[in-house]
Write a protein that binds this ligand. Structure first.
Ligand code: UDP
Length: 235
């Protein structure tokens, strides 16, 4: 298989079909823009399984995703897309960079969910941007595409709040990415995993996401395994 692209957490391989690629989840873990890095054996398989279950559920809700099917423990067959270099972050509770930037105590419930855009650019450290910035950087072709990203962001959030609630987890915030398929449609791509979401246990408040790694708070494999188990049980 010809490797087309290798990122921090995934590898993308070519297939015979020009409209499809294979997405392989790696065991590598990074935080703070790659400054902190480690490997956790088994993490790739856990994230692959979690994303598959969530993307299949979102697809049923009418949210288009790149997922075609999972093909082995760490690989998915997905539609080939051009990734839009915008990280769409949706937040329900203050944490992470929002708490830092605005001085909001971690755990403060926001009066309404908010959607933010970050420019996917490692050299610039993924800066927060507004619609005008996205337009002058040509990150999308038309301004209305930003409304589509926001709209999908909100829909995914509505769905995921309930989805995780059923597993006994609070969805604090998450990041999603979109791409344009070979027909030019905007579809959900990348992953939805405890690497890209903040998930807190409803009963104990325990963190069950990448913050365990970011701040050396505990074993991520154990937590991610528990997240997958709860998703399977709640189905
Ligand atoms: N996030 C991500 N990748 C990034 C930046 C953020 O998956 O490059 C996720 C992060 O895990 C959290 C949410 O997006 O669930 C909001 O992250 P935040 O802006 O608070 O940044 P952080 O402090 O986590 O770097």
């Amino acid at each position: 298989m010809k490797l087309l692209y290798e990122g921090k957490a995934k590898r993308i391989y070519e297939t015979q079909n020009p409209n499809e690629v294979i997405c392989e989840y790696k065991d590598a873990l990074t935080a703070f823009n790659g400054e902190k890095a480690d490997t956790q054996s088994g993490k790739g398989a856990l994230n692959c399984a979690i994303t598959t279950l969530i993307f299949e559920a979102l697809q049923k809700e009418g949210i288009p995703t790149h997922l075609i099917k999972q093909i082995d423990e760490t690989k998915q067959l997905v539609k080939k897309v051009d990734i839009i270099p915008i990280e769409v972050v949706v937040r329900n509770i203050a944490a992470g960079s929002l708490s830092k930037r605005l001085g909001l105590k971690e755990g403060t419930k926001l009066p309404f969910s908010i959607v933010e855009f970050y420019y996917k650019n490692d050299e610039l450290n993924d800066p927060l941007i507004n619609d005008d910035h996205a337009m002058i950087l040509n990150l999308v072709d038309e301004r209305k595409e930003l409304d589509i990203l926001r709209e999908y962001g909100r829909k995914v959030n509505e769905f995921l709040i309930d989805f995780f609630d059923k597993t006994g987890l609070i969805l604090v915030d998450f990041k999603i990415e979109f791409g344009k398929d070979t027909n030019g449609n905007i579809i959900l791509a990348d992953e939805i995993t405890p690497d890209s979401c903040r998930l807190w246990d409803k009963k104990t408040g325990k963190k069950m996401d990448k913050d365990l790694f970011r701040f050396d708070l505990g074993d991520i494999n154990e937590a991610y395994k528990e997240v997958l188990k709860r998703i399977k049980e709640s189905k």
